[in-house]
Design a protein around this ligand. Structure first.
Ligand code: G
Ligand code: MN
Length: 277
């Protein structure tokens, strides 16, 4: 029998040893993340995004922030991201990801790069200042920068996000709605967000070749994206069979281990500009 630890009742007076150990580990991990942020002990990993049915040439790279412990090992994001997403630490992670991304774009004029952010960072002054400073240092990076806003956070503050997206687009920055399909209540907001790109969550793309339900869902998302002139990207493409089916459905771009895992030592090649199909 599988235990669901969330359902185990815990007395207020005497925490059980397992809960105590888990809480201790979480505290330790979060303290390590905060130490890494204080010392800029982070690196950007790059994962290619390619044109569907068009070979392995990347159209852009997604920059994924990797937080390191003092010995240089990566602290897995899954160990802390849910805990810190809504906190100051979450905002500092977004600021550092943006700063690393902007630095990379300034250093490599051939690079087109996406950077992840939470909608919560829209209202975080240091995030906006980091963007403004980057654009002031090199105005040409705007057209090579893509900002990926997680769908589940975007729908918690639709008005703010909608104004933010308009403002970024005026400056030539491309905006993607990330992990699309996991936010469930989002359909009505698509009309207001007017994003340039839809990144279809890996949950729907992984194994799509053998799952008719996912095939139907991805087809529906592609139809919606086309209606709104959005480029589509399928995430977590791991097999040639899934890549073939996603291409057949009409997804514009593919990303996943089949084309390359995120790496901190990428071999960059010039990026072409993606277009809606
Ligand atoms: O939320 P977002 O889509 O930005 O998250 C990207 C995460 O997905 C990264 O941590 C990356 O390592 C992981 N990832 C990228 N490609 C694949 C893949 O093909 N399969 C799986 N399981 N994970 C992937
Ligand atoms: Mn992303």
């Amino acid at each position: 029998m599988a235990w669901d630890f969330d359902e185990i009742e815990v007395s207020d007076q005497a925490p059980d040893p397992l809960s105590y150990a888990v809480a201790e580990r979480d505290r330790h991990v979060i303290a390590s993340v905060e130490r890494a942020l204080d010392t800029d002990n982070v690196v950007l990993a790059y994962q290619p995004v390619v044109v569907a049915g068009g070979g392995a040439k990347p159209v852009f790279f997604e920059g994924l922030l990797r937080v390191l412990d003092p010995s240089g090992r990566v602290i897995p994001a899954r160990d802390f991201i849910n805990e810190v997403e809504a906190t100051e630490t979450g905002r500092r992670l977004d600021v550092l990801a943006l700063r690393c991304g902007i630095d990379a774009l300034i250093q490599r004029p051939e690079l087109r790069l996406s950077v992840n952010m939470s909608a919560r960072s829209v209202a975080y002054p240091l995030w906006m200042k980091t963007l403004e400073d980057g654009l002031a240092a090199d105005p040409f990076i705007a057209e090579r920068l893509i900002l990926e806003i997680t769908e589940s956070t975007a729908i918690t503050m639709p008005k703010l996000v909608s104004r933010f997206v308009d403002d970024l687009q005026m400056r030539g920055i491309c905006v993607a709605i990330d992990d699309f399909g996991t936010g469930y209540t989002s359909m009505r907001y698509l009309k207001d967000f007017c994003c340039d790109m839809m990144k279809i969550d890996g949950e729907f793309c992984r194994g799509v070749a053998s799952q008719p339900d996912n095939r139907a869902l991805v087809s529906a998302m592609v139809a919606i994206a086309r209606h709104f002139d959005m480029v589509t990207v399928a995430e977590c493409v791991e097999t040639a069979e899934d890549a073939r089916v996603l291409t057949e459905i009409g997804v514009d771009c593919l990303q996943g281990y089949l084309f390359g895992a995120p790496t901190i030592n990428p071999s960059f090649v010039p990026c072409a500009v993606p277009r809606a199909g």
